[in-house]
Design a binder for this molecule. Sequence first.
Ligand code: GDP
Length: 719
Amino acid sequence: MKRITVALAGNPNSGKTTLFNSLTGARQRVGNYPGVTVEWKEGIRRTPDAELHFVDLPGTYSLTAYSEEELVARNYLLGGGPDVVVDVVDASNLERNLYLTTELLELGLPVVVVLNMSDVAAAKGLEFDTTLLERRLGAPVVPAVSSRGVGLDDVLASVIAVAGHNGDRPPARVDFGREVEPRIERLVGTLATGSGVPAGQRRWHAVKLLERDHAVLRSFDDPAIAVQAEEAAAELDLDGADTSDVTISRQRYAYIDGICRGAVRGRALPGLDRTDRLDRIAMHPVWGVPIFLALMFVVFNLTFTLGDPLMTLMENGIGSLGVWIAGLWPAGSQSPLRSLLVDGVIGGVGGVLVFLPNILLLFLAIALLEGSGYMARAAFVMDRVMSRAGLHGKSFIPLLIGFGCTVPAIMATRTLETRRDRLITMLVLPLMSCGARLPIYALLIPAFFPQRWQGPVLWALYVTGIVLALVGARLLRRSLFRGETTPFLMELPPYRMPTALNLVSQMWTRGWLYVKKAGTIILGVSILLWALTSYPKPPAGWTPPADATPAPAAIAPAAGATAGLDGSSDAGPDAAAATAAEVEAAAAMAYSVAGRAGRLLEPILRPMGFDWRIGTALIGAFAAKEVFVAQLGIVFAVGNPDENAEALRARLRRHYDPLVGYCIMLFCLIATPCMSTVAVTRQESGSWRWAQFQFWGLTLLAWILTVLVFQGGRLAGIA
Ligand code: GDP
């Protein structure tokens, strides 16, 4: 059977995903393009005549190289990947969508144009002369309503037909006009001599060279080509009223205007359409921001109120699993395997999976806001506020999600167009105080501060994080990420009701990545951290240094130290025997690698007022911030650590004073993103370099600020 590779291209929001889903059904594979974070989707459709392999390219407005998405799409097309390109255009917005179409045709690829959203166009009163459009574009034009499955068979038939007789219909050739054409011809001539560009792609390359496209310029080794390209572009700058790229894009639109003339007829609709009316509210100069904030408030509330019962279910499930596994060994067993599974695997991976319901709900809400077209408005409304900090309007959403959990927030930076904006947002995101840090504050604030100060201290911590994030972003923008800012050019798609299938599939795709991560990276690091806090075991008869263990006291059971995430860890019947076991655990901790590391770290910790115990707990906090509380519990041998543990607070009060308490929280707020954050930053930035930069940068910042606060506080006489 004939195998045809079909690339799906189109503007964002043209209905590309919907078409892809309905063409390929469940037979899909999702992954990433190698080396970058752009999503890659593949699916297969079999017809009696052929096996069609669909590749869903990222949605783009053009084939310039402004964003990673555009670069990925065009590299794939230039690489000679597809046999046919299906170009999904939004018929209700034809002229804008044809911009990409003309670029695709320029690449010399066989194209099938799908006039999607025909229903919306019809409702707007637009009519199309498809025969005329076909003739002018030199490509088949197929009307469709992909959300209702209308026109799919025609699309398939056209694809097979086009794949069959390659190139018997010359594709349209954009006429760029008197000023531009001679220069294109000249560059095509240059490219014809040993540049290695295939004949069919020379014109496209020439146009890109004239536009001063960096990626295309860089793709040639021959410096002579760059010189000639710059010459031609400079001539064009002088001739026209604009720079060469603006002239070229204007000519392209003029050409598109010519294609549509007579082929698209529409009666002017009286008054404003629904989108305009809604935009008057959503993008109101005064109310736009409050409306957005209110909507986000609702989303977060729903995520947490709907998510909480589900989260409890997860916690109970994972808790029972832990109890069941623990029960495979006799009570009180010291088996390393038992400890590994219960403390390491369940404690680590389970602790992360517990958040899955919240995360799925959040992704669902985001998919709904995106799919409906609202998100684009929100970004527009927030752009003014965010741009003061050197951030893009769209960064606002990830930052907000960061109050919940940094991991999905970093994933949400995918909505940002440029790599620079993505990286800046990613790097400062851990400063938004995530939910996992709340247990730390909840433990420490009441330990050191009187009731009336508790609220303000918590507020101050959150605000410190926000201010640092904004200042940090600004500094990054001014230093490492200098260069032209991307203009806030965002299409405002019309409001639409997203289909349930789209919503669920988006939520699931993103959620699955989270699950996969928990099963791989987090699993690995959990085991490592468990080993570090468990080994080496002290030899029999070893006496810990005097300050390593607390005086035995009435202490609660130990097992809670595993994750510190939930109440599922009560040791139950073992409680009475806990005291001795707990003291032993604390001694073992002091002897373990993590305990020793804590001691090794003391010279660095002391200027902040911390001792080795806090150092050990901080190492644990790297696994997940909540582990800090659990870990402190082990070190101080107060079992069942929990933010309400008055006993632990009493001990903390005995060892530290309020200034140190505040410094601990300040340090936890700023320092050392948890391992999931590091892993996801690595994954989303595509390199360890950025993950390390974030890790060390924030840790150093935390150290400096905490030392300043501590030493300054001491100087000021605060005990
Ligand atoms: P993509 O960004 O190009 O992948 O666009 P999507 O496939 O996510 O579609 C954007 C929105 O348009 C979704 O809410 C779809 O349900 C909706 N949609 C897709 N195709 C059509 C169509 O032909 N008619 C109408 N009315 N809506 C559509």
